[in-house]
Design a protein around this ligand. Structure first.
Ligand SMILES: Nc1ncnc2c1ncn2[C@@H]1O[C@H](COP(=O)(O)OP(=O)(O)OP(=O)(O)O)[C@@H](O)[C@H]1O
Length: 252
């Protein structure tokens, strides 16, 4: 069973080929790290897959009617602008919008999903605070909680751990890993190769709009690929606590 199927997807922006012929299948219970250098096309691929920008090829999500798509995938974009000074709780409840009927009030189930998302992201202490008055990292956690509250089988998040402190980076990665254990799937773009190697079940590596490698961390993060795609060397080892990848030097 798949939660997203992309086939031969290409995107041209201002006459530049930004995504070239990408095919990708996301299965149930996968936690996929989407990695690649700045400008590789990670954000563009996710936006096209969601049907937010025009593309050539096929995306199973973009093909869905809007209401169905909102039940199939939750999206956390890179831009973390919170426009209204609503409370954290209210903002997270917005994730329930696809489930709550027009003019209907949230049910006990909606409230329990919001409670769980708030708890998962460690936001209990700030649930009545105005979301606009939180720090950047706290706001990021609120937006992840909103995506979790949507309770979809698939979450796509663009750099969800950027700007979080180490403890919250780890706990956020653990949250996605726990979702995978429950049979839900995530596709998460990341720049931290250490977090990607340690927590993701699968890595997808992009460079210059193409999919370069796809598989387990040891298969994707080879010294040759790290040198060729990122221009770095790294220390990589499978340990008792899982794979450890520590970037070391710029080699070009
Ligand atoms: N609206 C646009 N018009 C033209 N080119 C664009 C547009 N948006 C993005 N691009 C280009 O497309 C390429 C891919 O950008 P994208 O944001 O998808 O990369 P990314 O891998 O997410 O990068 P980063 O890690 O820096 O966030 C880049 O070269 C970027 O300059």
């Amino acid at each position: 069973m798949t939660v997203m199927e992309l086939s031969n997807l290409s995107v041209t922006l201002r006459r530049r080929d930004v995504i070239r012929d990408v095919s990708l299948s996301v299965g149930k219970g996968e936690f996929i790290g989407l990695i690649g250098p700045n400008g590789a096309g990670k954000t563009t691929l996710m936006r096209a897959a969601l049907g937010l920008i025009p593309f050539v090829g096929n995306s199973s999500l973009a093909a869905m009617p809007l209401a169905e798509r909102a039940m199939a995938v939750a999206w956390m974009p890179q831009q973390r602008e919170i426009a209204w000074p609503v409370t954290v709780e209210t903002l997270v409840m917005l994730g329930r919008t696809p489930h709550v009927g027009a003019l209907a009030s949230p049910t006990d189930h909606d409230r329990s999903q919001v409670d769980a998302a708030i708890r998962w992201m460690g936001l209990d202490d700030m649930r009545q605070r105005a979301a606009t008055r939180l720090s950047g990292g706290e706001q990021a956690r609120v937006l992840i909680a909103r995506a979790l509250a949507q309770d979809t089988p698939f979450v796509m998040a663009d750099e969800p751990v950027a700007g979080l402190d180490p403890a919250h980076q780890i706990s956020t990665m653990q949250t996605f890993a726990r979702l995978a254990e429950q049979g839900k799937s995530s596709l998460v773009s990341l720049h931290d190769l250490g977090l990607a190697a340690r927590h993701c079940t699968r890595l997808v590596l992009m460079s210059e709009g193409r999919l370069i490698a796809d598989g387990c961390p040891a298969h994707v993060l080879t010294p040759e690929r790290l040198a060729e795609v990122f221009g770095i060397s790294a220390w990589y080892q499978d340990t008792e606590q899982g794979p450890v990848c520590q970037p070391l030097e710029v080699i070009r």
